[in-house]
Write a new protein. Sequence first.
Length: 494
Amino acid sequence: FGEDGCHGLLIPNPKHRREFIITDQALTPYLTPYFFTRILGLLIRVVAYQMIGESEKAQSVIEKMIKDESLRGGISEGYLRIAPCFFYWIEADLSAMLLTATRTQKMGAVHQNPWTLGHSLHFAGIAYYHQNKLHAAEEKLLPLVKSPYLHHPLNYVHSAFALSLIYQTWGRADEANRIAESAVSYALDTNNTAALSIARAFLAEMALRQGRLAEATRWAEQFDATPFTAMYRFYVPQFTLVRVLLAQKTADSRERAADRLKQLYDFTVSTHNIRFQIDVLVLQALLHDSHQNEPAALKALAESLALAEPGGFMRLYLDLGQSMADLLKRLQKQNVAVDYIEKILAAFEQEGKQTVVPEPADQPTASPHLSGVAWKAKRDLPGSSSNSDVRIFSRGIVPPYRTTTGPNSDFHTSPSPPLPVPQSPGPQSLAEPLTNRELDVLELLAQRLSNQEIAGKLYISVTTVKAHLRNIYGKLNVSKRREAVETAKDFGIL
């Protein structure tokens, strides 16, 4: 039933989705003794209503679920309480999702239910992340990431992605990479090919954010972006592909990015997925801006803000760097979403002033296999393996001795015994990668801007610019501005 439900969510024809709902309703009386299956069926019905644009009916089902006495009591009630978070996520309602997750977390803790607790921590963590409350997000995500085998597979890997992005934002790139790699190790350990595919894609996302465009491009060249599947989780690889294409800055790559974004726009609109429709519009705005089409860019950006502001989304814009900040400033001059844009620009400025956020002394480094499961021993990351495994993995191929799981891994929670863990696909080009802000400075440096001009572009002080330049020179082992630019080009950073 769970697998049929998953396939039902992917039905492209809204009429067929409605027929699926009717079938689900007809089956419900026969499923009364099977509690978890009933909850799953109700959740699928909620999301199916949402995907055909009938959010009020979806909300009505949620309210009936909460009031149904036969679905209440003890551990079982936690399953019921957390289910609406999937709906709120797709609706881009971070406030409702956070409130639901926080309440359910208390229930999971009381009843010592890892499944409920893990879902609660995950949804609260990604809500805080998108609201740019990064310390609160880390507090929720870290316990889940430290004990992956206690929780739902996709809760773990997507929480690992979010935590990795937090550490990348804080300038802790090595730690961000370790956590991203841990998701790959976990997917291989559990023979979960669905998790492996998105974990490998996320490594490309991290490579892109750290200026390793060549590495991200290698992934993009072999990634099969279709068919689209229901987008109800934190990270969607198709958007990494678009960002890689935009970063390549060629006429061909921009054309391919435009095609992908058109497909994504049609898909998110037809499935009423507000959460990822925002992402599409934001990237379309950057694409239009790269073509010097400011009216189209500002129109797409304004549409994204209208959808994002009710939920308080911040990171969607902050993670796109200085190009997005410039675009927001231009839109603000047109008296559009002035207060919301001001809040985002203030966050940009604050992030520009931020130095590396240190790890608390009493907090262990997040690693892929820390305590929590008796049969899983702690190990360093990456683990050892043969060179042939490393070469196979770096080409994006699963080693032949590994088995696979079905496509509906969201409903598969029993891991197989652990297998050897391959290394990550090759060393970084630099001993210490450049931070996002240092990459912003370097890009402006390549445009031959002065320190004063760079400071104005990035909304930071000249003193901060000079500090970033010292860091860049040290990491690139150069002493002059032009040497830094030429060396960065040699490394494929620019």
